[in-house]
Write a protein of this length. Structure first.
Length: 139
């Protein structure tokens, strides 16, 4: 995706910080928080502030480049994959990963049938203990 083109078409400036933030998000597979992105980018972008990361993520959400995930650890995590899919979070280390193969459409249909709502979206996050934490606990 040409992030610069998308930003321009939506009326936002293209800055090196915004490009770096998007690239960091795309290369992360752990659905990072703003703080995680900030700490990743800080060495290469010492003038970048945490506020810049938060503001950029607000812009990205507004124009549909990211989805904000509320996964139960009281922090917003970000996902560049805005297609409907579920997630799983480790209750020990808070790692968040995509969980493919869950029929989200069927779950939405069940929710709609069981309520008076027309379901327009969903966020499903399962919780468990990741393999790394399970291995540490078994030792």
């Amino acid at each position: 995706m040409d992030i610069a083109r998308v930003l321009r078409s939506e009326g936002f400036k293209v800055t090196p910080q915004r490009i770096a933030i998007y690239d960091a998000l795309r290369s992360a597979h752990n659905h990072p928080t703003a703080e995680m992105i900030y700490h990743t980018l800080r060495p290469a972008h010492p003038s970048m502030s945490l506020a810049t990361v938060y503001k950029t993520m607000e812009i990205f959400e507004k124009i549909g480049l990211v989805k904000v995930l509320e996964v139960g650890d009281e922090r917003a995590h970000y996902d560049w994959d805005t297609d409907t899919h579920s997630h799983v979070r480790c209750i020990r280390c808070n790692k968040v990963e995509d969980l493919m193969g869950v029929d989200s459409k069927a779950i939405s249909e069940i929710a709609e049938q069981g309520s008076d709502y027309h379901i327009t979206g969903q966020q499903i996050t399962f919780e468990g203990i990741c393999p790394e934490c399970a291995k540490k606990e078994s030792h």
